[in-house]
Design a protein around this ligand. Structure first.
Ligand code: NAD
Length: 284
């Protein structure tokens, strides 16, 4: 069996087109464009690329993106003060704090300072809690993007055995909550999981978000599994995921490529979240 590829770029384009049309409609009603404030700290190479990709995507759909660059050495009070100012700014609909932060800054503490109504990454404890309580608000972008990709191939979720490898607040945990909400039976694996292969072998839907190239060999994947590779690893041969693509592709029914799978969906859902936040905050 050779798996069918799930084309994240094409689905992301569909979402962008819808968001772009809704933004244009709002402009036609005399409303201002939705506005996203992006905070980037330091010159972490991946962060520079991710922020640039997000800004370009905003431009494509008519969302205004304002970039705040703070030095690597910024102190906690200056960052807190910027977040407070953006929370209070009536013209700002969404705030994105690009992660990771320098080790000297407590990531969780700063995420908590963002107004949950402007938390377009969906990772404020209030938004994660809402997802856990089955009353989702702004949803974490990557896991929401994965659900949309799964729906696009006709995944029904109910009673299906889903295995999530990785348990971070950013990806793994919200992914498990999304799959649970959709009706799957979910197993979460992480760095302390024993016999990872045994869990992976039982998956009908497998989502891997760890950040280790080749962590999941094709031989662990049961024939017919749907494989979603969230991992992004930069190597000599460019970007690769966490799943050994050539061997996994021979066994899976569907698989996402890296790049061109989950990554574009994360950006598209961010745009959708900015629009959702702007709508929820009213016409201004
Ligand atoms: P993280 O480092 O915060 O979390 C990694 C998780 O993997 C942890 O829960 C850890 O327990 C688990 N883990 C580590 N070693 C393991 C092992 N041997 N077996 C099982 N679990 C193990 O990383 P993150 O922020 O969740 O990101 C994970 C990957 O996803 C990274 O490669 C990141 O670049 C990528 N990512 C991609 C997108 C996208 O849009 N495609 C978005 C966010 C993150």
């Amino acid at each position: 069996m050779t798996a069918r590829l799930i084309d994240g770029k094409a689905h992301a384009r569909e979402i962008e087109n819808r968001v772009g049309a809704q933004v244009a409609e709002r402009l036609g009603q005399g409303l201002p464009p939705p506005k996203l404030a992006v905070i980037r700290i330091g010159e972490h190479p991946s962060s520079v690329i991710y922020v640039e990709n997000k800004r370009k995507a905003c431009r494509r759909v008519g969302i205004e993106a304002i970039l705040h660059i703070l030095p690597e050495t910024v102190d906690a009070s200056a960052l807190a003060s910027l977040i407070r100012q953006l929370n209070a700014d009536e013209t700002v609909d969404g705030i994105l704090l690009q992660l990771p932060l320098p080790a000297s800054l407590d990531e969780a503490a700063f995420i908590e300072k963002i107004d949950p109504a402007k938390d377009v990454d969906g990772i404020h404890p209030m938004n994660l809690g809402r997802l856990a309580a089955r009353t989702p608000g702004l949803r974490p972008c990557t896991s929401r993007g994965v659900v949309e990709l799964l729906r696009s191939i006709g995944e029904t979720f109910y009673g299906r055995r889903a295995v999530v490898v990785g348990a971070s607040n950013l990806v793994g945990r919200p992914m498990a909550l999304e799959l649970l909400l959709a009706g799957a039976t979910v197993t979460i694996c992480h760095r302390f999981t024993r016999d990872l292969a045994d869990h992976v072998e039982r998956a009908e839907i497998l989502v891997v978000a760890v950040g280790q190239p080749g962590l999941i060999p094709g031989s662990w994947i049961a024939p017919g599994t749907t494989v979603i590779d969230v991992g992004i690893n930069r190597g000599k041969e460019g970007l690769v995921g966490d799943v050994d693509f050539p061997t996994a592709r021979e066994r899976a029914a569907y698989i996402t490529p890296v790049p061109g799978g989950v990554g574009p969906m994360t950006v598209a859902i961010l745009l959708d979240n900015v629009l959702t936040a702007a709508i929820a905050r009213g016409g201004r």
